[in-house]
Design a protein around this ligand. Structure first.
Ligand code: SF4
Length: 451
């Protein structure tokens, strides 16, 4: 199969499908009174378990036009300080339900811009988190770093708190592209941030890069990839730019006539991919690359890699506790999402409620389908026998779910011995193939282009 012609023939170049960082996906979560349910899910965590915890910081000094993240602009530290106090209160509410002896195997601060927090706020927040659950031996503590909004004092405060992984957003280094996406950030400023991080012993550094941006050409993405490689990262996330101006008003400032065509998007991805592979990175799933000795590459080779709201992870914890406005958590029983609006989130925490606003309790074959989709996006193959054994299900019934896939997406997969494999040249279609196993109806409007 030639991917370009196959995509065109099947009319899939404009297909919009979820990124499947959860199953069911977040648009399927239902509003309601989730606080008691979430409290019960917290109480059901076994004593002494290792869990993950995600903290969302929904503030940015600048609002980049390309970004569809849930965040709000602020020029002062005041609202950030008030928010950190609310986070501390929410953590105390969580602690009231959590069994004894729980530790953190993974802690992630995302946003927004977590590095807007002043050093004392960083220390206060970390202290409040570790009062609920300390870091486990060998735990990973990662923070999203904006190189234009960080300094030595903040990195020192993070290092003091024990962070050991950093993720830096680059998107593209071309000045003209940066101008039209509203995100100026020079290579020099980025390099200085990387040097600060490395000097504090940060051993794992991730860089986010985007393909599919306005005015992006193969020459420009080549230049950006070379500059990214020059920074010496351990991991790369190469995401496709999702143009969804009906969801993110800021994106109305992006010149749509300068966006690459779907065919050009695929070429841009392949150009960047080839450069990373030539430099010794291993390809991980649909959009990541990692050095062979990086934990993610090792988990990928061992078949123990997972997919969660942060993308690919080697985190094995079954529970991710959400903290902060709009944060989403996962429990063996389902998903729980906090109030998306910061003001509503703060009101509820101040009233002493767990601020969970939406969620989904697993029903029927949710977990089975979720696992099949996760395996397809992590490994490009799923062993129905293994998934059936994990879940006490019937392997033949699972394999039967793939019936009809070949008719709809011919020459993309092979089913043999109860193992469904996505053919190598069909890997760009992985999300579309995963969609086959999604039993929920979806409105395409909210999802990103499949390629
Ligand atoms: S890219 Fe980062 S800094 Fe820019 S608006 Fe999004 S979260 Fe904020």
């Amino acid at each position: 199969m030639k991917t370009q012609s196959q995509l065109r023939k099947l009319g899939l170049f404009d297909a919009r499908v979820p990124r499947y960082t959860s199953y069911p996906t977040a648009p399927q979560f239902k509003p309601g009174d989730w606080s008691d349910k979430a409290a019960g899910w917290l109480r059901a965590i076994p004593e002494g378990a290792s869990v993950s915890l995600y903290v969302h910081v929904p503030f940015c000094r600048r609002l980049c036009w390309f970004c569809a993240c849930r965040t709000q602009g602020t020029k002062t530290a005041e609202p950030v300080g008030a928010y950190v106090e609310t986070l501390q209160k929410e953590l105390r509410l969580i602690k009231a339900h959590l069994p004894d002896g729980v530790t953190l195997s993974h802690l992630h601060w995302g946003g927004g811009t977590p590095t807007l927090l002043e050093p004392q706020m960083i220390a206060d927040l970390a202290g409040a988190i570790f009062d609920v659950a300390p870091l486990a031996e060998g735990a990973q503590f990662s923070v999203e770093i904006d190189p234009t909004e960080v300094d030595a004092a903040r990195i020192d405060a993070l290092a003091e708190a024990g962070f050991n992984r950093a993720s830096i957003g680059v998107q593209d280094f071309d000045p003209m592209i940066q101008e039209v996406i509203g995100r100026p950030q020079s290579h020099e400023v980025t390099r200085e941030a990387v040097e600060l991080l490395r000097a504090r012993g940060i051993r794992s550094l991730n860089v986010d890069l985007l393909y599919g941006l306005p005015h992006q050409t193969e020459a420009r993405i080549t230049d950006s990839v070379k500059k990214v490689i020059d920074l010496g990262p351990d991991r790369i996330a190469l995401f496709g730019y999702a143009h969804v101006p009906w969801m993110s008003k800021r994106q109305q400032l992006i010149p749509t006539d300068a966006l690459p065509t779907p065919e050009q998007r695929l070429d841009l991805f392949n150009t960047a991919r080839d450069l990373f592979l030539a430099d010794g990175f291993e390809e991980i799933g649909i959009d990541h690359f990692a050095r062979p000795d990086d934990g993610l590459a090792i988990a990928h080779r061992n078949g123990t890699m997972h997919r969660n709201f942060q993308g690919y992870t080697e985190d094995q914890a079954e529970v991710m506790i959400p903290v902060g406005a709009s944060a989403i958590g996962r429990f063996p029983q389902g998903y729980a999402q906090n109030e998306p609006a910061t003001s509503k989130y703060q009101e509820r925490v101040l009233r002493g409620e767990l601020p969970v606003a939406r969620g989904h309790a697993f029903v029927g074959d949710d977990r089975l389908r979720g696992r099949i989709i996760e395996k397809l996006l992590c490994d490009f193959r799923v062993d129905f026998n293994a998934v059936a054994a994990e879940h006490g299900a019937d392997a033949q019934a699972l394999a039967a779910m793939a019936e009809g896939l070949e008719d709809v997406l011919p020459e993309t997969t092979e089913l043999s011995g109860g193992v469904l494999t996505i053919r190598e040249d069909a890997r760009p279609l992985a999300r579309i193939i995963a969609r086959w196993f999604d039993a929920y109806e979806m409105s395409a409007a909210g999802h990103s282009q499949a390629v």
